[in-house]
Each structure stands twice: as C-alpha cells, then as structure tokens.
Design a protein around this ligand. Structure first.
Ligand code: KMH
Ligand code: ZN
Length: 273
C-alpha cells in the first residue's frame, strides 16, 4: 500500500465556537492549527477561512494571509475550498483559486445539505474546473453522493479534468450518501483505475471510515469541519488530536504516513520519488 495521506479539514464553514471552543478562526489560529496537524502527520490542509466575527468568507485577502502564515511554518499541501458556504455565488467561491494554491476542492454535483442546498449545477462544474486548469491547481473531487463520480468523468471526457483523479468521499452529510462501509466500498469501486481517494466521515462516522480507509489503501480526512468530537460527548481539544489518532490507527496496521513531498508524488503532483 502507498503511504497514508492525512488531510486536516481545520475549520469548515458551518461549525462555530459555540459548538467547539477550540475551533481555529483567525488566519493566525488557522496557521497554528495547520502546523500542529503537520507535526502530527497531516500532509494536506483543507482550508476554509472566516471573517473576524466567525462567519464564513471566501475573501481572497483572508485566504492570502492565512496561506502565507502557513507557508512560513511548514510545507504542508494547501488545498483551498471552493465549496465555501451554502448560498455563496460561484465568483465568490472561486476567489482563492486565483491565488494559485497547490490544490482546491471541486464538488461535482448539487446535494441537499441539512435544511439547505449545496448548489453545484453543470455550469459551475465547468467554470470551476476550467479556472483550476488555468491556474495550475490540482482538484480534489468532493463526492457527497454517488452520481457526482459520473459528473467528474464527464469533465474528464471534455478535457476539463486530467487523470489521475483524486477523490474525497464526504459521507454522512444529511442529504448526501450515508456513512456506511458498504457505501464506501461502492464508491471506491466506482472510480477509475489509477485514481486516488480519501474519505471524510461526518460526526461519529469519521473514525470508522478513517479506519476502513487505512485498511483498504485509501487516504483519510479528519478535522473540525467534519467532526468536533474525540469520543462520545467529549469535544476534541484540537484538530491535531484527531490527526494523531489516525496516525496511531495507521501504525497499528503497519501503514506508514506520507510526508507532504510523498503525498505530492502519490497524487501525481511531482514531489519525492
Ligand atoms: N461548506 C459546504 C457547503 C468544500 O469545501 O469544497 C461545502 C464544503 C465543500 O465545505
Ligand atoms: Zn470544505
């Protein structure tokens, strides 16, 4: 098996300090959290940013400051969000891509998202994929339900996505695919040979699906964006605490952890041989 790539999804757009007081919000807090996750074994950071009052933003200036602060500390792969928060326009969501980060998330379909709709109509997919291509950004295809895989393959046919593809299965969003191992196996079997994948289980499914990914040869995303608990009724103290636990699970199963340079190579982005 390849070494394990751990992505830390530090902040998201929905979680608040009232949910978990340890949520990083400012550029300095997010950069510190990214560094702690890097030290713990993460090789990718999935970034959302916030206004000073804690509300979500896709403002390029806030991303720029956050990215610069992270780069001062370590060489972790920076993956900006183009999902942002529900209700944001396409142009608003695309702002961090213009900063030419190494990676960006690309959701390839619309999905109910709790009581809202996370809107990704075909025109957005084309616009986002094209922008990533033009700015040399590697997409991480965010799959909230199984039909989104086929939408990604349509983009490949049209030359808007280039293989090898990297998928992240976000499982357990209310409105999306339920977070079961049976569903994970179906998703894994549905992607093209030569693709890489990771899984982000929402809430208590995070740990179960992370363990499954370690065993199946996939990769893992953890962090407050998806789950704020360390155990039943016990809030996580930090994002790094969640990363550390995945490292422990991997080591128990003799799976080594990828450095950022190794992750770049595994994802077809260059990096260490
Ligand atoms: N906040 C969600 C509506 C992404 O980052 O690409 C969308 C999201 C996906 O978080
Ligand atoms: Zn996200």
């Amino acid at each position: 098996m390849e070494k394990l790539i751990i992505t830390a999804a530090l902040t998201g757009a929905e979680v608040t300090r009232a949910d978990n007081p340890n949520l990083p919000i400012t550029p300095a807090e997010i950069a510190q959290a990214a560094y702690e996750c890097y030290e713990a074994g993460a090789s990718i950071v999935h970034l959302h940013v916030r206004h000073a009052d804690g509300t979500p933003t896709q403002d390029g200036a806030v991303y720029k400051e956050t990215i610069e602060r992270i780069k001062e500390k370590c060489d972790i792969i920076i993956q900006v969000s183009t999902g942002g928060a529900v209700g944001m326009s396409a142009e608003e969501r695309l702002q961090p891509v213009y900063l030419k980060p190494e990676m960006a998330s690309l959701s390839t379909g619309s999905v109910n998202f709790g009581n809202n709709v996370f809107l990704n109509p075909p025109a957005y997919l084309e616009q986002f994929a094209r922008a990533m291509q033009e700015h040399g950004v590697k997409p991480e295809i965010e799959v909230f339900d199984v039909g989104m895989i086929n939408n990604a393959l349509q983009l490949v046919k049209r030359g808007l996505l280039k293989e090898p593809l990297h998928f992240d299965f976000v499982m357990g969003v209310p409105g999306g695919i339920p977070a079961t191992i049976k569903n994970l196996l179906h998703l894994v079997e549905s992607i093209p040979q030569g693709s890489t994948w990771s899984v982000a289980g929402v809430g208590r499914a995070e740990l179960t699906l992370a363990t499954a990914a370690v065993l199946l040869g996939g990769h893992v995303r953890v962090g407050f964006e998806d789950n704020i608990y360390f155990a039943k009724g016990v809030l996580a103290e930090s994002n790094a605490q969640l990363v550390e636990r995945v490292v422990q699970i991997a080591r128990i199963h003799y799976r080594d952890i990828a450095t950022p340079q190794e992750a770049r190579r595994i994802l077809g982005m260059g990096g260490a041989a």
